[in-house]
Structure formats: structure tokens, C-alpha cells
Design a binder for this molecule. Structure first.
Ligand code: HEM
Length: 239
């Protein structure tokens, strides 16, 4: 009996769907982390002792079943896997789209909207450049708060104090504000694309509701992240 195989075209479209699903699932893992991280950061307003002991408590999750810091390391591995999967599928899908358009890329869509006569999609611009800014920010952020290699405003063992020291410097706050806004825009478009990939936008009404949901979640996450640094920078909170 002959074995039925998919045509090359069908195989390509099936693996494009797989890449999009990988992108959506890895993105949703990161959104969940961001929501929890943002909520945790708001404990800053409970004062130094409670904020620092909350962060120390994260190292004791499932202790003594896991060693001290064990759960945090599992989370780090999952997050790193999600970042790699997300970046890999973004690059693979982008290369595929470029090949499919005979390397014409965005030039397929001519318009008089800007100097170059090329209509650039707002979403693709936000997702691509936003993604690159966020990746650079994460490297800086880990060196700053997790590894403590960078300590603008002074070295300290307290993460609460590190936040106060850092966000008392205007350009550190500005860098965080830019990165958080990039996260907000990226989230808004990314969430919307994820819902589309997962087939959730089946009617005009559902599309509108998902659009509202994506916007609200992006505003809540970005807004929540912005409150501690801006309170320190503008109102001198904590000093
Ligand atoms: C004002 C905004 C933010 C502040 C004040 C902040 C603060 C912190 C602090 C204090 C830590 C260290 C936690 C610990 O070692 O116990 C941390 C870790 C981390 N943050 Fe943020 N964060 C912010 C925004 C973000 C954003 C927007 C992202 C992602 C896009 C992010 C991703 C991470 C990651 C991946 C870690 C490492 C977790 C680990 O390995 O322990 N953070 N953050």
C-alpha cells in the first residue's frame, strides 16, 4: 500500500503553524512570569524588610524538598527555554516570510506614507524592534538586579535599597521606562497574534473582546512595573 506523504507546500504550512504555536506558548509562559513579577515588585511599597524577605522567600519555595534556591533555578531554566524558543521561532518565521515574498519583504506594499515609499506594518515593527530592545534589557537587568554586577547609585545587599539607589538616577529610570514601554507594546501585539494563532478570534465580537483584553493586560503589566521606579524618581519614595 502506498504511504501518503504531505506535499512540500503542505509540510511547509504545517511547520509554519508549529512555529507560530511555539511562539505563542513560549510567549504565554513569559506573560505569566511578567504578571507575577510585576505583582511581586509592588511589594516594594510594603517597605524594605518585607520586600527583601519576600525575595528571600522565593529562594525557599518547596524547601527542604528542593535545595535552597532550587525552585528559582527551575524557573530560570524554563524562562531561558521560553526566551530561546520565542526568539528562534521569530527568526525562523521572519526568514520564511522573506523567502515567500521573493526577498521583497515590506517592499511588496508600496505606499506614499513615508519617505521610502514603503508601508511598514506597525505591528511587525513593534514586535521585531521591541523584541530586540527587550532582549538587550533583560541582559542588562539580570546584571543589575540578579547578579549585582552593575550597581548604579551604590552597592548594597538589599534589593529594596538597590531599587532606591538605581531609580534615584534619572537615566537609569529613563532606561527602565523605555524598556517597560517596549514590553507593553510588544505584549499588546504579541497577545493579539497569539490569540489569532490559537484560533480564538473567530467572530467580530470575539476579535473586539480579545483586542480589549490584550490592551488591558498590557496596560496593567506595564503600568504596574512603572509605579515603583516612578515613585522613587519623582516622589523620592524610600529615601
Ligand atoms: C521596574 C521594573 C522592574 C524592576 C524594579 C525589577 C526588579 C527585579 C529584581 C529586584 C529582580 C531580582 C530578584 C531576585 O534576585 O530575587 C529581578 C529579576 C528579574 N527580572 Fe525584573 N524588574 C523589573 C522589570 C522586569 C521586566 C520588564 C522583565 C522582563 C522583560 C524582568 C525580568 C526579570 C528576570 C528575567 C529576572 C531574573 C529572575 C532570576 O533569575 O532570579 N524584570 N527584577
Amino acid at each position: 500500500m502506498a504511504i501518503k506523504t504531505l506535499s512540500p507546500r503542505a509540510q511547509a504550512s504545517r511547520s509554519t503553524v508549529a512555529l507560530k504555536a511555539l511562539m505563542a506558548v513560549s510567549g504565554l509562559i513569559m506573560v505569566t512570569y511578567l504578571l507575577i513579577h510585576m505583582y511581586g515588585n509592588l511589594k516594594f511599597f510594603q517597605g524594605q524588610e518585607r520586600f527583601d524577605s519576600y525575595l528571600e522567600g522565593l529562594r525557599n519555595i518547596l524547601y527542604p524538598y528542593l535545595p535552597h534556591g532550587g525552585a528559582l533555578w527551575i524557573l530560570r531554566v524554563v524562562l531561558l527555554g521560553a526566551v530561546i524558543a520565542h526568539a528562534y521561532s521569530a527568526v525562523a518565521l521572519w526568514r520564511r516570510a522573506r523567502t515567500a515574498s521573493a526577498r521583497q519583504g515590506a517592499k511588496r506594499y508600496h505606499s506614499n506614507q513615508n519617505r521610502r515609499g514603503v508601508q511598514r506594518s506597525y505591528a511587525s515593527f513593534t514586535l521585531r524592534w521591541g523584541g530586540i530592545i527587550i532582549l538587550a534589557f533583560i541582559v542588562f537587568h539580570i546584571l543589575h538586579f540578579t547578579a549585582g554586577v552593575l550597581h548604579p547609585g551604590g552597592d548594597t545587599d538589599s534589593k529594596y535599597q538597590a531599587m532606591v539607589n538605581s531609580f534615584s538616577i534619572w537615566y537609569v529610570t529613563l532606561a527602565y521606562v523605555v524598556a517597560i514601554l517596549a514590553v507593553g507594546f510588544h505584549l499588546r501585539h504579541g497577545l493579539w497574534s497569539a490569540f489569532a494563532t490559537l484560533g480564538a478570534n473567530t467572530s467580530t465580537k470575539r476579535r473586539r473582546n480579545l483586542n480589549i483584553f490584550a490592551t488591558v493586560l498590557a496596560v496593567v503589566i506595564a503600568g504596574g512595573f512603572l509605579v515603583p521606579p516612578l515613585s522613587i524618581a519623582i516622589f523620592g519614595y524610600g529615601s
